[in-house]
Design a protein around this ligand. Sequence first.
Ligand code: SF4
Length: 471
Amino acid sequence: MPPIQHSEITLQEFETFGIDRLKLLMDLNYYHKTLNLSIKEIIEAGHFKQFMLKYMKDTKHDLKQSIIKDYYGHYILRLCFLKDNENMDLFCSLELMLLKLKFASIVNKNDKIQFLKDNSSLLNITDNMSEDDNLITLSQIQDQKLKDKYTKFYGVNSNNNANFETSILKLKFTKLIDILPSRTILLYKGYLYIPEHMQFNYLANVYSKNLKKELLKIVKYKLNNISVNESDRLIPIINHLNNNGSVLSNYNRKDFTNSNNGDELLSDEVYLPDTYNNYPLCMQNLLTGLRNDSHLKYQGRQQLSLFLKECGLNVEEALKFWQKAFQQKYGLEEFNKNYKYNFRHSYGLEGSRINFKPWDCSTILNKEPPSSGMYHGCPFRDWNKVKLSGYLSKSKNYYTKEELSKYEVNTILDFKDKNDYMMCCTKYFELTKDTLPHNELITHPNLYYQRSKELDKRKKIPETVEINENK
Ligand code: SF4
């Protein structure tokens, strides 16, 4: 349960909390792992304070809001780092580093106890604690037997008075399974007594193990339910946030420049033959699927909307285009409720405000192939040979106005056999349009579009075959 009663957050908060926490973790990781600064150095140099202020900037120093953001940020990222073991380990190590920094920067005893209470479930300790009972010194221990055991167990020099005043953490654990075999911590009458120099690493160890277990539980029991019920709301956001934090490479690309030379595309022009003929096969396939189904699933929407954005479709025109494309299935109100946010998000106008770049061919080819009713991906990879060769043999050469010969079709199919789909696409461009400058390879749908448009400026391109068959 959240430490503060707050049962609902908005979709926008869900994303902002997640992305802000991810940025915080990545910033700290950079200082710790890349610049090789120790936890102590990060705190002493003021970096931790500075990053936390940045992280909590939008909470305007409101304690309740800060706790909510901290709490939800952590739990949102739990959902985002479940791809595989490596992904989960990365999350555990990033969160562990944050925990260490928080713990090490606490000077006040009361705050230390509060911190332990807040994290009690992941530390396997009871949350019923107080400063007087749980943070003690050797001189405060009345039980002589315990005192003797403690000094013997930890090799404390009883002639040195300073040793009697260092802090000992006395904890009642809820689970002891992971602790007892190591025999590095003194257990006496149901309590663990942890000397100051061991508190930090010991708690970190327990926390890390438990966090991994929690992630595995989510994978096992919850993820399927989330995937089914939240495919259009939370899953797109979770997808943005996962991939080992690759969203940050998008975030950092503030200098991302459009390659569309300032050209504009209007919503009514998207399906015009003169425009449509310049799209690569993957985008024609998506547009055909969109027209047939009056809908595209998440991956398809992303692939197409980012492509069209790069072609010059601004956000107002994009909303017009998508609303019209969905209207047979979704009325305006439903569109606004379920999809508007998602399209505005792609334009960097919602949530993390990342100016998402269009997918290149490698990104497209690295994603799961589409299943039935989906149209994302690359047809040179995803269509079977019969369907692809049927389509190719109806495509015409620009100069001769003749359909591609069997030999030309086979040339493209040979590349498919070698899984070289970008070469298929490049060859297709060359055989139906013209050679590409400097033996260029098609590596991006927007490159295909640009080159075709340049050619189109000089010559009129013949009509492209319409894709009507279902996969
Ligand atoms: S190679 Fe790239 S541009 Fe060509 S169809 Fe495939 S994904 Fe689209």
